[in-house]
Design a protein around this ligand. Structure first.
Ligand SMILES: C[S@@+](CC[C@H](N)C(=O)[O-])C[C@H]1O[C@@H](n2cnc3c(N)ncnc32)[C@H](O)[C@@H]1O
Length: 218
């Protein structure tokens, strides 16, 4: 995908992102985010933070928030949200870092918690992004995730494979057929909790969902 594509469709995708997800958020996704993020602690790194839909959901035990978002259009929306909320005591100190999750410019053992929501479908190299989170997290650190994934049934997975390319174009780089559970399972993290569910109000190819947490050896 070239620069002209990024400049036009990428901008539109960012502009309509929150509206596109509104029905899902109101039908359960928002609550899933809230329940998961309530467990975040200490220094938190969130990858692919998008427009900042998670921003208001972090609890008191978060010390600071590093938001990794390489896309300039998403980043602009996120910056706006951060500015709107400046001075809000409910928002931990937050900074935006405009880099890909595969190369996070922080030393090893910097963060206590990592967050990835609806992002491992889109990063070009999810295994590298997860390895990078394992590097920057302290031993015993946790990764909290909500990700739409490859369907467990053959028919569903076949449709995801068939529609992967057009969907990737429409959804700004999202791969609807990724087996993120397997990628996590092959990483340095140990999955400690994983629930299978459905992305509410979503079309079938992006409906299968996993959420939970994974931990690094202490
Ligand atoms: C579907 S959006 C999810 C946004 C947000 N996490 C949420 O829960 O609504 C996917 C995000 O991943 C970002 N992204 C794409 N490539 C990335 C990469 N290499 N590293 C980090 N984020 C990336 C996109 O710019 C986009 O903001």
């Amino acid at each position: 995908m070239g620069r002209a594509y990024d400049a036009t469709w990428g901008r539109l995708f960012a502009a309509f992102y929150d509206r596109g997800l509104k029905a899902s958020e109101e039908s359960g996704l928002g609550e899933m985010r809230r329940a998961l993020l309530a467990e975040a602690r200490g220094r938190v790194v969130e990858i692919g933070a998008g427009t900042g839909l998670n921003l208001g959901l972090y609890g008191d035990e978060v010390q600071d928030l590093t938001l990794v978002e390489p896309d300039p259009h998403m980043g602009a929306r996120l910056r706006e949200r951060l500015t709107d909320r400046a001075g809000d005591p409910a928002l931990p100190p937050a900074r935006l870092v405009s880099v890909p999750a595969e190369a996070i410019p922080f030393a090893a053992d910097t963060f206590d918690t990592a967050v990835a929501t609806l992002v491992l479908c889109t990063v070009p190299d999810p295994a590298a992004a997860i390895a990078e989170l394992a590097r920057v997290l302290k031993p015993g650190g946790r990764l909290f995730f909500i990700e739409h994934v490859r369907a467990a049934d053959r028919g569903g997975a076949l449709w995801q494979d068939r529609l992967e390319k057009p969907w990737r174009f429409l959804a700004d780089g999202c791969h609807c057929n990724r087996d993120t559970e397997a990628t996590l399972g092959a990483s340095a993290f140990a999955i400690e909790r994983l629930e299978h569910g459905k992305l509410p109000k979503a079309i079938a190819i992006v409906r299968p969902l996993i959420s939970g947490s994974a931990v690094l050896a202490a």
